[in-house]
Structures are given as C-alpha cells and as structure tokens.
Design a protein around this ligand. Structure first.
Ligand code: SF4
Length: 372
C-alpha cells in the first residue's frame, strides 16, 4: 500500500488539526519533493505488487489531474501497479468541477472519497467548510455522471440535532452512495471550534446526542444494505475500502509526503516531518527528515488490539497467541477473560470482537486491555 499526503487546503476547517498549509506557494516544490521521496525510498516496501494507492491530505483535489497522474506514473516505475485494485483520491466537493472530473475519469483514479461532511449549510458553516450544501450534492451527482461508481463520502455526526442527521443520511441513500465514513465532531485543542466553544459562541457537541446519532446511523444504514465493517465505516457489498482494510490488518505501507506515516508490517513505524519547508529542504538534499519508533512486543499487541477491535471481524487472537511471548500472553488472557465475562468481548473462532451494541465504548474497552 502506498499513501501520499498532499498538505494543502483552501481554508482551515474549524475542527481540523491535520497537517496542511492554506498557501499554495510551495505546491510545485512540494510535488518535486514527493517525486524525490518516491525515488529515495523505493526499496523500502518488500512487496512490489501494490494493491492500493491512496491520495490523502490535506486536499489532494487541489492538484491538477496531470500532477496526480505524474505521481502515479512515477510509482509505476518502481512498483507493479498492474493489479492495483483501488486508487483513491480524497476530494472536496468544491473541487469536483466538470473540468476536473473529465480528465480524472480517464486517469487511473477509480475511487473518490468526498469530504461532504453534511448536506446542510448550518453544519457546513459551523465546520467552516469551503463548500455549500448545493455543492455537496452536485459534486456527487457530477462524479457519478462522469462514471465514478466507487464513491465514499465523509459525514460528521454530532454537529446538529437528530432531524438534520436523519436527513443527511437519507440524502446519502437517495444519492446511491456505496460507502460512508462517519466520525463524531470532536473538539481538538487549538482549533477554531475549541476557541468558539471556550468563548461560548457555539455549544460544545453533546455526547448523548452523538451516541444516539451513531446508533441511529448504524441501524439505518444496516436497513439500507450497508455493512458496518469498522466503527466509522459502512459499505455496500463490494465497496469495502481495500486500503483501510489492509491498514487494519496490520499490512506494511509506505507513506510519502510531509507528516505521512509508514509501517514495515513488523515492528518499525516512522513518520515524516510535519513541516512543508523542512520536508522540501531535506528531500532537495537527498535525505528524508523523519522520526522512527521500534515497537516492542507489548506495543505491537496493544496496536493489534486497538485497531482490530474497531472492526466487525475483530482482532485475530490466534495470531497473537502464536506470535508473542507467553509471559505477556498470561497477563493479556486475564484482562480478556474479564471482558468476556462482562459481555464486552465475544470470541468467534480465532477472533475476539466487541459486540456491536458496545462499539461506542471500543476505545475504552481496548485501552483496558493494553499491556503497560
Ligand atoms: S479540508 Fe480536510 S484536511 Fe483540510 S482543513 Fe478541512 S478537514 Fe482539515
């Protein structure tokens, strides 16, 4: 898997703490640096047959289609993309114009992940999104008209009351969207939203409403033919995200671009510097500016549990039993037994999973199992 981070956005959404810049002044230098990083790190991934490629950000739809194609072509010099089943572009609704979609529909991009967030202007203003409700809907219809079938939209719940949330979900169904990623509106430190709440300009998201909206969404989408395959992700059959699924299975991935994370599939995780000028400078000098951590056995177990318990399938406990040292497993087994007895975990074959009614508590359940 290859992930490419494009660190530019038109404006700063009120809730966002991702790495990006709202100035495009360094865009050409950034693209050059990403190409340099492709050359510099092409030996890192052992498996040269790439199953998925993912342009995330930031806002990758701020690139021209030619610029996207050149990155894909450059990857193809080192990797076998002939069987790459999924090439995703994250796109914002206001970028999905006909003049962008026309060449994009002829490019290797075969999946769009659209940052819709809501079909309501009140929500979109609260989130300081760059698009309107009209653009949210039109962009999806336009992408479909240009032949994109594999479309995911992001929707944020907990931003407004239940009626609006229900209408948002209805709209997604009417538009024939096959994949939805949905996250609660969260208040990250140092964001505009945190500031507005502190100054009492807007209300903080209500946890109870978020809880109700989450369970409503889960039931509603299930009734409409979606599989709730990860806490935040829903898909019609055949439309599960291959990229994210591989990530949740602990497969190796290469992350290119500032702030992008990489994982060797064993015990080494690294992340590029989250600073555009410094990222560009180091690549121009033929070096990668990054940090790295070696995961201990405990870290690896904790991570498998944390990621696996967010999925419908659960965590492969048999794999953990076969892979890690006995002394750690004795401690883990007693923590697991307690959760099994309390009904917060169930065992299905080799897998341990959280019953769906407790998914909203999954982070807490997983952290109770962490080996310290
Ligand atoms: S478009 Fe995405 S990455 Fe950019 S500010 Fe908004 S939420 Fe953050």
């Amino acid at each position: 898997m290859i992930y490419i981070h494009i660190p530019f956005c038109k404006q700063k959404c009120s809730y966002c703490n991702f790495h990006f810049s709202t100035s495009l002044a360094l865009k050409d230098d950034m693209l050059k640096a990403i190409h340099q990083e492709i050359d510099l790190r092409h030996l890192e991934l052992e498996n040269k047959r790439i199953e998925t490629l993912y342009f995330g950000g930031g806002t990758p739809s701020l690139l021209k289609v030619d610029e996207i194609n050149r990155i894909i072509d450059h990857c193809a010099q080192y990797y076998d993309l002939s069987n790459t089943l999924e090439i995703t572009l994250e796109a914002n609704p206001d970028d999905l114009t006909s003049s962008f979609l026309r060449p994009l529909s002829k490019s290797p991009i075969n999946r769009l992940s659209i940052g819709t967030q809501s079909f309501y202007d009140t929500d979109l203003r609260l989130m300081n999104r760059a698009h309107t409700s009209g653009e949210a809907e039109d962009s999806i219809k336009r992408a479909q008209d240009f032949g994109f079938e594999n479309i995911s939209i992001d929707l944020i719940y907990g931003a407004s009351e239940m009626d609006i949330w229900k209408n948002n979900l209805n709209k997604a169904i009417k538009l024939g969207i096959p994949h939805i990623s949905s996250y609660a509106l969260t208040v990250e430190p140092k964001t505009a939203l945190a500031n507005w709440i502190e100054k009492k300009k807007v209300m903080a998201p209500n946890e109870e409403t978020q809880n109700e909206e989450f369970f409503y969404m889960s039931d509603f989408l299930h009734q409409n033919g979606f599989q709730h395959y990860e806490i935040s992700n829903f898909a019609k059959p055949g439309f599960l995200s291959r990229h994210n699924s591989a990530y949740w299975q602990g497969k190796a991935y290469l992350g290119l671009g500032p702030s992008a994370h990489s994982y060797n599939g064993k015990a080494i995780r690294s992340w590029n510097i989250a600073n555009n000028p410094l990222y560009i400078k180091s690549l121009a000098e033929g070096k990668r500016n990054f940090e790295e951590e070696i995961l201990s056995e405990k870290d690896q177990i904790n991570e498998l549990i944390m990621i696996g318990l967010r999925t419908l399938k659960g965590v492969n406990y048999q794999y953990i039993l076969q892979t890690f040292s006995e002394e750690l497993l004795i401690e883990l087994q007693s923590l697991i037994n307690e959760k099994l007895q309390n009904g917060f975990l169930i065992q299905e074959g080799d897998f341990l999973k959280i019953p769906q009614k407790h998914w909203f508590l999954s982070d807490g359940i997983a952290s109770d199992l962490f080996l310290l």
